[in-house]
Write a protein that binds this ligand. Structure first.
Ligand code: CP
Length: 314
């Protein structure tokens, strides 16, 4: 595998699951692959899980890691082409990316949607500049439109907990006070479409995801109806795609509650974290035995390591 920016980069879902379970069973068994190799992790945005799980994954593989927080410890980086650089950004990505590439064997980059332009965000302007100019493999640690490390961990978690071959998996929009990107939701749908699960997406009108991610996935605007018989409830907020980046609703009747979970087939509750308690999900649901959010986050280490293993193996 050369780069990892979406589900399209993995050889197959079967190979991804096989590698994840291989790594989970034997986390320190592949250190020959990472010996004397270095990963630089570049963060344009904050992180807890992605940063720690990916760094731990590199350590398991015997790699060295360097972390750079753009906006914190580096020069401010310009990403626009052809601009007169007389503002507050003294270095361009056109130099910064290949220079970083000379210091390492793999680059991880996190660059969220900026909500200045849907076209810019959906062209993955930053991640694609890394892919084009790094000279080494690039791993998306969440781009403007996808979070493939998260989705891979979500898939592994569902495989570990599913009780039927083709579970009903519901992605439910939930309220949030701020405008969040569509990346986790887009990516989750993109990965689930590669499986034969029964996927349903539920959200208020106006929160339709981009058609290129949704394809013919079923949308159910009645959240309670969507929850009926579900085996997994995956809650997530996202801002509007059609009215790009806008918060159209903060309706707390969409919060995931015990009452709604009672409509399901004793469903497991999932969320990528961080989560706002009693806004996105009630304490009663996230603290219940059916909540698997901690195992889901723990699988981030496993799948980050699986991705790096596949890259190091070429
Ligand atoms: N889920 C996730 O990516 O968490 P962080 O933003 O903390 O990395």
């Amino acid at each position: 595998m050369k780069n990892y920016t979406s589900v399209k980069d993995i050889p197959s879902i079967e190979k991804a699951l096989e590698t994840a379970f291989e790594v989970k069973k034997n986390p320190f068994g592949f250190q020959h692959l990472g010996k004397n190799k270095t990963m630089v992790m570049v963060f344009f945005n904050s992180s807890l899980r992605t940063r720690l799980s990916t760094q731990k994954a590199t350590m398991n593989l015997g790699m060295n890691t360097m972390v750079m927080n753009v906006n914190g410890d580096s020069w401010q980086l310009e990403s626009e082409m052809g601009v007169v650089m007389d503002g507050d950004k003294p270095e361009h990505l056109l130099e910064a990316i290949p220079v970083i590439g000379r210091y390492c064997d793999v680059i991880g980059v996190r660059a969220f949607a900026r909500f200045e332009s849907r076209e810019d965000d959906y062209s993955e302007k930053i991640i694609n500049q890394f892919v084009n100019y790094a000279g080494v493999p690039v791993v998306s640690m969440e781009g403007a439109t996808r979070h493939p490390l998260q989705s891979y961990a979500d898939l592994v978690t569902i495989e570990e907990y599913k009780k039927v071959e083709k579970p009903k998996v519901v992605l439910s929009w939930a309220p949030h006070p701020r405008a969040l990107p569509q990346a986790v939701a887009n990516s989750f749908v993109e990965w689930m479409r590669e499986t034969d699960y029964d996927l349903v997406v539920t959200h208020p009108e106006g929160y339709e995801l981009a058609p290129e991610f949704m394809g013919d996935v079923k949308v159910e605007y009645d959240q309670k109806k969507a929850f009926e018989g579900a085996d997994f409830i995956y809650a997530k907020n996202w801002s509007s795609y059609s009215e790009y980046g806008k918060v159209l609703s903060k309706d707390i009747s969409w919060t995931v509650t015990e009452e709604k979970m009672a409509l399901t087939n004793n469903a497991k509750f999932m969320h990528c974290l961080p989560v706002r308690r009693n806004v996105v999900v009630s304490d009663g649901v996230i603290d219940s035995p059916n909540s698997i959010v901690i195992d889901q986050a723990a699988n981030r280490e496993v799948t980050a390591q699986a991705v790096l293993k596949m890259i190091l193996e070429g």
